[in-house]
Design a protein around this ligand. Structure first.
Ligand code: FES
Ligand code: FES
Length: 890
């Protein structure tokens, strides 16, 4: 068959069930077209067929015959479409994995719009309607709206060079950015995991002979990581298989025979706590996976309930808080708010799935491409696990299509790809499909927080008591209590975290791990208390809050007219009720003290390197901008190379610590190089001025300096913040340090409209105030906040992880069943940064990714209360809950 792709004739012979995306990505090798959901839901695979946008994942390959196909590669860097320039200029992208699909749909929309409306700007509703078939998990919608509107209005018709705030934007809008799933090696095999069909079973036998005998099957290996040979959730990997193509893999899986001894199981918290419930870990020595980023502390088990010993030590004045609480209900001197707050699990579902491509060179050298957020520690973990020397392992992760906490550590797909490749002696690619991503890729734990707050008549806090039950499936360490502990630190508290294990996949850290659940409970209770005792919600918080960063944010919030002029609760009798709510959040100032930047100045220009990764947060741009500002040049003139473990040690993208690790380190590297360049060129009384060296004999611009000077290379290290920062002096640097006494802070206000007939909640505006020190790249910092708000909104309103209690199967296993926010859900988001307060920190900057998400759900819940008088306690606030709540009133 013949088709035309991007103006070139292309011949192909499709298999009967082959889709267009397989032809485009694998045969034409145009990997700009992305596969994310595989079900026509996310739009990442959108191509133009005779000018019309279509999802290539659903399109039969044979339907391409005779058609004119355009992929994102149709408009390369030297021939950009106005839409691509607009996406670059307005930062309509973060990780970039959804970007090619959005670009193609936007080009079709732009062409039609311009034909019909000329250079007028479409409304947001018109853009939302046109883009309704696309999803962006990073939440880049604010920039996408602006990009499409301004492209249609003609702002980008001229071909003048666009200076994007994101230095790698050009690679992302043209499809040149290579993600792990795009890596291809000659004679590469495809790998796949075969998971358990049962939620609790002992494996009795595995017969893989027939599969192994099939032509094209090159390896089948056992990957069950359980010494008791027990599978404890549906989908738990048992085998990994490598074959020449997907079709052979599927046929091979049919030929594998696994005998199970099937046992009773339990998938929800309430049933798991019943006496006599099936035990997830009946063995005396239990080895659950870890759902957190820290180590698992010792704990005591009773059936499926695990009580960490840490509960007994850390609660401030625990006995006092318990004593006050126990008599609060009958004490007329106290006000009490007592509720049980629930949250669903929230699935990360980055659009690029977990993926690894492993390639052995004999048994001596191992190259692994991985979609990871921790490239340097991962290389060490691989070397250790496979008993190799550090130098024998190289990990690459040039572009990462979203991670949000789920892509940390040596996970099963990485180990399996490496083991299969060693076995088959060929490169192996193992990428999850969307169902595997939803099952195995990770989620934020389900939580249930029984919280009581007691205050005296003057509004002074007397006790905060909370018992928190976290359901992380087979994993433990849901850890909600730390956020309650580090907020409003002056009050007596009794806080206890418990894990309840169930026969469900293990949770993983997700952007601010269990912080959003903590602030959902705490900030809902405080809002309720403020209304109960008739105090202004900000005035009450000011009274209790000893976070040093927040007062200027409270000042800012109090001046927002919509907040200052809000009316009383539930005053409207209309169907659509409007309300406004406020909540706060804290995050730690964490950094990675071992981070290094290597900066080389030569006749080729300035090149910075570090073994870090950019999962969409903009790490490259932060480094480029820090160095560029020192040299007085554009960030585009600094080449930043990351994504290779062989570079000098870089930070993991975890804990909001990447920016504040690289930023001061890059500045110091630039300053050192500048000093060395002055002495290297031998001028008298040289000093940097603008983008060059002023000296007694005149002025040398940087380009000439680099031509005349010998090549200079310096390496700088982040190190500790100073004498007060004890943890920052830790030698390993794996974990970095935390200034617990000075946390970052946020104050958020949300405005909602509640449809009391249908139960829908629409968030119309969010004011996001954050105190995170100096903002190193304002546009990208705002983009991060937009993403945090949108993910927080998904957590509050839509995202619900559901498991079938009769089979243990995940029901919300695709993006068609698991609703994440789309562009039409995006509220107007007003971001305000308070930049003071961290002068003692190197670079004066902290991270903000996690903080940006923390207050969102509670601010929305409090706005719903203001609108309706109904106090939500469970998220997501799905319509049936809203209708029940609004119907009953409070
Ligand atoms: Fe095709 Fe999602 S719509 S990959
Ligand atoms: Fe859209 Fe990451 S930028 S999914």
């Amino acid at each position: 068959m013949k088709t035309t792709i991007n103006g070139q004739s292309f011949e192909f012979e499709p298999q009967p069930e082959e889709t267009a995306i397989a032809i485009i990505r694998e045969k034409a090798q145009l990997t700009g077209t992305k596969l994310a959901c595989g079900a026509g839901v996310c739009g990442a695979c959108t191509i133009l067929v005779d000018g019309k946008p279509m999802t290539a994942c659903l399109l039969p390959a044979h339907s391409l015959e005779g058609k004119k196909i355009k992929t994102v590669e149709a408009h390369p860097a030297n021939d950009l479409h106005p839409v691509q320039r607009a996406f670059m200029a307005h930062d309509g992208l973060q990780c970039g994995f959804c970007t090619p699909g959005f670009i193609n749909e936007s080009i079709a929309f732009y062409e039609q719009w311009r034909r019909e409306h000329g250079k007028t700007e479409p409304s947001k509703a018109q853009v939302a309607y046109a883009m309704s078939g696309h999803l962006c998990r990073c939440g880049a919608y604010t920039g996408i709206y602006k990009a499409i509107q301004r492209a249609c209005a003609g702002d980008f018709d001229e071909t003048a060079q666009i200076v994007s705030p994101r230095v790698e934007a050009i690679e992302k809008v043209t499809g040149q950015a290579k993600y792990t799933v795009d890596i291809q090696y000659e004679s590469m095999l495809e790998g796949k995991l075969l998971g358990s069909r049962y939620a609790n079973a002992k494996i009795l036998s595995i017969d893989m002979e027939a599969a192994l005998a099939m032509p094209g099957v090159e390896a089948v290996i056992d990957v069950l990581e359980d010494k008791h040979r027990v599978v404890r959730f549906v989908g738990q990997p048992i085998l990994a298989i490598a074959a020449i193509d997907e079709q052979t893999l599927h046929e091979a899986i049919q030929k594998i025979n696994i005998q199970y001894d099937i046992r009773p199981f339990v998938t929800n918290m309430a049933e798991a706590l019943q006496p006599g419930a099936p035990q997830v870990y009946p063995e005396s020595k239990k080895v659950p996976p870890n759902a957190s980023e820290g180590p698992i502390p010792p704990g005591k088990w009773e059936g499926n309930l695990r009580t960490p010993f840490i509960n007994h030590f850390l609660s401030k004045r625990k006995g006092k808080a318990q004593a006050i609480y126990s008599k609060a209900a009958n004490d007329p001197a106290l006000h009490l708010v007592e509720r049980t707050y629930k949250t669903s699990g929230q699935t990360h579902t980055a659009l690029e799935p977990h993926a690894a491509v492993a390639c052995w060179e004999g048994n001596e050298k191992l190259i692994v491409h991985v979609s990871t957020q921790v490239i340097a520690p991962l290389a060490r973990a691989i070397a250790k696990h496979f008993k190799l020397k550090k130098e024998q392992v190289e990990v690459f992760s040039e572009f990462v299509g979203g991670a949000f906490g789920a892509k940390q550590g040596l996970t099963i797909e990485i180990k399996s790809a490496i083991a299969l490749s060693r076995h088959a002696q060929k490169p192996v690619r193992l990428a999850y499909d969307r169902m595997e991503e939803m099952v195995l890729g990770g989620y934020r734990p389900f939580t249930q927080t029984e919280l009581a707050l007691a205050v005296d008549k003057s509004g002074q806090p007397k006790a905060l008591v909370a018992k928190i039950y976290g359901n992380s499936g087979v994993a433990v360490q849901s850890q909600v209590a730390p956020w309650l502990r580090f907020t409003y630190t002056g009050m007596p508290k009794a806080l206890e975290d418990f894990d309840v294990v169930t026969n469900a996949p293990g949770a993983r850290p997700f952007r601010a791990p269990s912080g959003p659940a903590a602030f959902w409970a705490l900030e809902s209770a405080i809002d309720e208390m403020a209304h109960k005792i008739g105090m202004d919600p900000i005035a009450l918080r000011r009274k209790w809050d000893n976070n040093e960063i927040r007062p200027p944010l409270y000042d800012w919030a109090e001046k927002i007219p919509a907040w200052a002029n809000r009316g009383p609760v539930n005053t409207s009798n209309e169907r659509f009720k409007k309300g406004i709510g406020l909540a706060i959040g804290n995050w730690f100032n964490i950094y990675h003290n071992a981070t290094k930047i290597e900066l080389t100045a030569s006749h080729k220009g300035l090149v910075a390197k570090t073994a870090a990764q950019d999962m969409g947060n903009g790490l490259r741009s932060v480094i480029a901008k820090a160095i560029a500002e020192e040299f007085g040049i554009s960030p585009l003139e600094v080449k930043v190379e990351i994504g290779q473990s062989g570079y000098v040690e870089g930070p993991g993208s975890t804990g909001s610590r990447a920016t504040n690790s690289v930023y001061p380190t890059a500045i110091e590297a630039a300053q050192k190089v500048k000093r060395q360049l002055i002495s290297a060129i031998g001028v008298k009384n040289g000093r940097w001025e603008g983008a060059g060296i002023r000296h007694e004999g005149g002025y040398l611009p940087l380009a000439l300096v680099l031509q005349q000077a010998p090549s200079i290379r310096v390496t700088t290290k982040r190190g500790s913040n100073g004498w007060f920062d004890i943890m920052g002096k830790m030698p390993s640097g794996e974990l970095g340090a935390s200034l617990i006494l000075k946390m970052t802070g946020a104050v958020y206000i949300a405005e909602v409209v509640v449809d009391t007939l249908l139960g829908n909640i629409k968030v119309t505006k969010v004011w996001a105030g954050l105190g995170v020190g100096k903002i190193t790249n304002p546009v990208l910092a705002k983009s991060q906040v937009y993403g945090g708000v949108i993910q927080g909104m998904g957590y509050a309103l839509y995202e619900e992880r559901q498991i079938d209690p009769t089979t243990g199967t995940l029901l919300s296993f695709g993006l068609e069943d698991y609703r994440i926010p789309g562009i039409g859900d995006t509220p107007e988001i007003d971001v305000h940064f308070y930049e003071g307060g961290f002068e003692q920190v190197k670079g004066e900057a902290c991270g903000l990714s996690e903080l940006s998400k923390l207050p969102v759900a509670a601010a929305i819940g409090n706005a719903v209360f203001h609108a309706t008088g109904w106090r939500p306690t469970e998220i997501p606030m799905r319509p049936h809950l809203v209708l029940e709540g609004v119907g009953d009133g409070e």
